[in-house]
Design a binder for this molecule. Structure first.
Ligand code: COA
Length: 174
């Protein structure tokens, strides 16, 4: 997609009912962090972003496109069903999956996998050797990345500081 089309991301409905998460916590040795699967007693509703939420995401993701990244969209007719944003190549020949969102009505139909394949093709064109992502801790997101060949390469525990960036860092050699 053209970088100007980033403004359309609000058309993709991000709503999700989260039933489980992977919660990174210190392990018993005191030397490491492990991710525990946690079934949420009460499922959490993640709402659509709304206008302000969409604006702030456009602002934070735009630099990735301005600096040599790429955005791919999935469409059914005129309906915008999902998108992936790939960051620019880094000095170590890696690139970040900056965002990946499939509209709630188009999930579990292979759309996310298709977008990921396109992002991988782009990575190969750019000589990128590894992709990485700061994933949501939701089971849907983490399982999706693991099914796509990513491996956990870092866990961030928020047991003391909630605002630390990311929860699960996943990466894939390509
Ligand atoms: C995560 C997300 C991108 C997956 O996209 P999708 O188009 O639904 O994924 P696919 O249909 O290509 O699924 C591929 C695999 O991912 C896994 N997966 C996808 N959704 C899943 C879910 N809700 N729970 C568990 N595993 C899931 C499955 O293993 C699936 O393979 P299978 O169909 O053989 O079982 C999509 O659910 C989404 O947009 N979620 C909300 C936003 C989000 O969390 N984005 C990631 C930000 S870091």
């Amino acid at each position: 997609m053209n970088p100007d089309e980033l403004v359309r991301i609000g058309e993709v409905n991000r709503e999700e009912v989260v039933k489980g998460i992977y919660k990174p916590e210190p392990d018993e040795s005191g030397l490491g962090i492990i991710a525990h699967y946690k079934k949420l007693e009460k499922p959490v509703n993640l709402n659509h972003w709304g206008e302000a939420g969409t604006e702030s995401r456009i602002k934070s993701w735009k630099p990735a496109l301005d600096n040599g990244g790429a955005m791919y969209g999935a469409f059914e007719g005129d309906t915008f069903a999902g998108f992936i944003i790939l960051g620019p190549p880094q000095n170590d020949a890696s690139a970040e999956v900056v965002a990946l969102f499939i509209d709630r009505d188009f999930r579990y139909q292979g759309v996310g996998s298709k977008l990921m394949q396109w992002a991988e093709v782009k990575c190969k064109e750019m000589n990128v050797k590894a992709m990485y992502v700061y994933s949501n801790p939701t089971v849907s997101s983490a399982n999706f990345y693991m099914k796509s060949g990513f491996q956990i390469s870092g866990l961030v525990s928020k047991h003391i500081v909630k605002s630390l960036p990311g929860d699960l860092v996943l990466a894939k050699k390509i």
